[in-house]
Design a binder for this molecule. Structure first.
Ligand code: KG4
Ligand code: ZN
Length: 339
């Protein structure tokens, strides 16, 4: 079963080909970072227009690289939400129409389910990921959630951010430090030269029970520290970045351990853009050795491969989509059901 995966929920156009026995055959990504950088964030209309420009060339590219053609496809998977409506509609219309034209099934994938399943992406027969049930920490630019995963489409929400997502907090803190956009990886790099003992930032909501998060107070604390020390030297920037990163990692780690303890489920999957963070991975792997799983760093941030893989799992389990082109800007993961 050869699946074409299409991701257009935000500012990356991702296209990939996944095959259950041959694995990931080809994966192409165009990041719109340069288009949006001058605005300090994603401009939805510019994102949609660029997805239109890039989708067909990227599809041609993956087919050529895998030495396949359209007639070899057995299904098309696309991100149906959540995300920017215009951007989603570009991918959904293209993918649904292509599948209709080829008379093959299409499947609309939930973006966070695709992130969640990415660490399990293996060739059939390989040692495939954690046993069910497992806990998933989903940390991206739009979401911070702890979820108990009983099976595909069978999720219970254990906790989530009451305000900003962890990735969003990284991006905003990076902006305050004039590090550029997108901020997560830039802040992490800057923090490498920081002195971990100079500042101590709060670990929000860790002093009370529960598995929810809040990152907006940490953002204000960062802003106040920046103001108190302005104009900033490069060392000030690195020290603040380090204190911020330590606070986020500590907070995420405390809540993951609490989730494991509370549920008695030992296996933890960490997914979404922030799971590319090297120090977060090191910390969680040290806390839960042998039972923590991640995607490859390049598959943590948005990509077509995770959509192709999630689509494959749903299609082979019998999921069939109607002909309608469906996209949802908002779509709680708990509304999903098993295929
Ligand atoms: O999953 P993703 O690519 O897109 C969404 O679904 O939102 O996540 C993007 C987020 C951004 O906020 C970005 O700053 C953050 O992931 N991110 C990182 C790192 N790489 C990406 N945050 C911290 N450290 C990183 N290395
Ligand atoms: Zn994402």
């Amino acid at each position: 079963m050869l699946i074409l995966g299409i991701e257009t929920s935000c500012d990356e156009t991702g296209v990939a080909l996944y095959h259950p026995t041959d694995g990931l055959l080809a994966d192409a990504l165009f990041s719109q970072v340069d288009i949006h950088a001058q605005y300090g964030g994603v401009v939805p209309e510019l994102a949609s227009r660029d997805h239109i420009r890039k989708l067909i060339p990227l599809c041609r590219e993956v087919l050529t690289r895998a030495d396949k053609n359209l007639a070899d496809l057995d299904g098309v998977a696309y991100t149906a939400g959540p995300g920017l409506m215009g951007a989603l509609l570009v991918g959904a219309s293209f993918a649904r129409s292509l599948a209709w034209g080829l008379d093959i099934p299409a499947v609309g994938v939930h973006h966070m389910e695709a992130h969640l399943l990415a660490p399990l992406m293996e060739k059939e027969g390989d040692d495939a990921g954690p046993p069910l049930p497992f806990i998933a920490l989903l940390v991206s630019g739009g979401h911070t959630q702890l979820v108990e995963v009983h099976g595909i489409g069978d999720y219970s929400l254990l906790g989530e951010s009451l305000d900003d997502a962890a990735g969003e907090a990284f991006d905003k803190a990076a902006k305050m430090l004039d590090l550029g956009y997108p901020g997560g990886p830039l802040l992490a790099r800057c923090a490498e030269k920081g002195d971990p003992t100079r500042f101590r930032f709060p670990r929000p909501m860790t002093d009370r029970p529960g598995l929810d998060f809040s990152f907006s107070g940490l953002k204000t604390f960062t802003l106040n520290t920046v103001k108190d020390h302005s104009p900033l030297t490069d060392q000030d920037r690195a020290d603040i970045a380090r204190a911020f990163e330590d606070a986020v990692i500590d907070t995420l780690s405390i809540k993951c351990l609490r989730a494991v303890e509370q549920t008695g489920v030992p296996h933890l999957v960490v997914a979404g853009g922030v799971s590319a963070n090297r120090r977060l991975r090191e910390r969680l792997s040290a806390e839960l050795p042998e039972t923590t799983y991640y995607a490859k760093p390049e598959l943590c941030t948005d990509n077509g491969a995770m959509v192709a893989y999630a689509g494959y799992l749903r299609l082979q389990a019998g999921h069939r989509e109607p002909l309608a082109i469906i996209a949802r800007a908002r779509w709680p993961m708990t509304e999903l059901s098993p295929p």
